[in-house]
Ligand binder design. Structure first.
Ligand code: ATP
Length: 449
């Protein structure tokens, strides 16, 4: 059995399962695909939406000091001058002079950087700066006055709306603004499936605090964010912190920590928690000429708030959830099954409903039960093939519960409830299905290797 955490073959199996079962397809597949772009299919879009809802609920419903926002992707070009992205949002690009393969300079090893040799052992070109923002023009005339950028992070939409939110909602510092949306970066190297793509989605929350309390809130949000991944059902031993050294800090950051996940290709960033100081609001105040200070009218104090940012990738979270859930499990002596052990709140299908056979009214009764369950859960009805194969098909897409309707159902209105993780089966009355699934989901704990 493969060691799922680090075996690169697992990545291939996940990509192939995603395509085969309709989670994720190469973009423009019928034209041969577009490098680094991916489309989320029926199950993948459901999974992504569920992760987004989980995050949104966690931020805006479970924290009464956080409000939501949905800002435009295209913003006034001055935003990116003020934010420092036009000047600083660069990666250093180097090329293997023999194969022309491109690398990010900061992704090479110390030795490769010192000797200027590529992973293949060839000489590297001199590093040159490469701005990651996508530029386009708004309107029919391609002139410099019409240049706009696709946002490389969602955060700036929050900063430029700081004043609007303070003036229109009842928030008082400390408070946060949460946003989910697309971001675009012209990445030098895109690889590892949906891990690093040019078009991706972020889930960011910017928390505005008094400058004297930045460290306290930074520590608080570090704790909250790690807890969140545990609630999401991610295995704790595959999560760790990595602090940015002084030479790695972004131009706006005072302190920065990444939450890293042990992907099949190794430890890599999943989320950043940053202390952005008063850099962003001060710069936007300077460039827009607008007053972005905050007045604490109880203390009669005016100040520019510091910002603690939690910046998670939504599409990268989809990969994390898939990689974490994926297992090839040995069953008995000589059988294996592929199972996605999703948290029940994330699984694209919550309940599979099957009649044991189609005849003798079992299919009709199963349909009735499935229709009733639809009100509360996402369901899937399947009457084709042997029952064991139907269970396995649901295991492979991560369905946590399956219900089977058989001849006993006709006699006493009970069904078999089968659990994905343990494969255990219990007999329960039809009236108990919904409450039982709800209580099982609430109490769910990740099992497996
Ligand atoms: P890197 O140095 O790896 O390019 P970063 O440190 O610049 O990334 P941040 O700006 O902190 O990344 O972005 C916050 C989060 O957004 C990341 O933790 C990641 O989850 C997500 N993200 C950033 N770039 C990409 C991308 N190209 N594709 C998918 N997700 C991304």
């Amino acid at each position: 059995m493969a060691d799922v955490a680090t075996d690169p073959k697992i990545m291939e199996s996940i990509v192939s399962l995603c395509k085969r079962r309709g989670f994720i397809f190469p973009s423009s597949d019928i034209y041969g695909g577009l490098a680094s772009a991916w489309d989320y299919g029926p199950l993948g879009s459901e999974l992504k939406n569920r992760i987004q809802r989980f995050w949104w609920r966690d931020m805006t419903q479970l924290h009464d000091d956080i409000v939501g926002l949905d800002a435009a992707i295209m913003m006034h070009p001055r935003v990116w001058e003020a934010s420092g992205h036009i000047e600083n949002f660069d990666d250093l690009l180097v090329e293997d002079t023999v194969t022309n393969e491109r690398f990010r300079f900061d992704h090479l090893t110390d030795e490769q950087r010192e000797t200027m040799t590529s992973p293949a052992g060839n000489p590297l070109s001199q590093p040159r700066k490469f701005n990651l923002m996508f530029r386009t023009h708004m309107g029919p005339v391609e002139e410099s006055a019409s240049v706009v950028y696709l946002r490389p992070e969602t955060a700036q939409g929050i900063y430029v709306n700081f004043k609007n939110v303070v003036q229109t909602s009842r928030v008082r510092i400390p408070f946060g603004i949460a946003q989910v949306g697309k971001a675009f970066r012209n990445e030098i190297v895109t690889k590892n499936f949906i891990f690093r793509t040019c078009e991706f989605e972020q889930m960011e929350m910017q928390y505005f605090v008094h400058p004297s309390e930045d460290e306290k809130w930074f520590d608080y949000w570090r704790g909250e964010r790690m807890e969140y991944y545990r609630r999401l059902g991610i295995r704790p031993d595959r999560l760790r912190w990595k602090e940015h050294g002084p030479d790695e800090l972004a131009h706006y950051a005072k302190t920065a920590y990444d939450i890293e996940y042990l992907f099949p290709f190794g430890w890599s960033e999943l989320e950043g928690v940053h202390n952005r100081t008063d850099y962003d609001l001060s710069r936007h105040a300077e460039y827009s000429g607008k007053d972005l200070t905050y007045l604490d009218d109880q203390k009669n104090e005016r100040f520019v708030p510091y910002i603690i940012e939690t910046s998670a990738g939504l599409t990268r979270s989809v990969l994390t959830v898939l990689a974490d859930a994926y297992e090839e499990e040995r069953v008995g002596e000589n059988d294996t099954r592929t199972v996605l052990r999703f948290h029940p709140d994330l699984a694209p299908v919550t309940v599979g409903v099957f009649p044991l056979v189609k005849k003798d009214g079992l299919a009709e009764r199963a349909r009735e039960i499935e229709r009733a369950l639809r009100e509360d859960f996402s369901t899937f009805y399947d009457q084709g093939g042997a029952i064991g194969r139907r269970y396995r098909r649901q295991d492979e897409i991560g369905t946590p519960y399956c219900i089977t309707i058989d001849y006993e159902t006709k006699e006493n209105d009970t069904v078999t409830l089968r659990f994905r993780d343990s494969m255990e089966q219990v007999r329960i009355p039809v009236s108990e299905i919904a409450p039982r699934i709800r209580s099982e989901s609430r109490a769910y704990r990740r099992v497996g290797s």
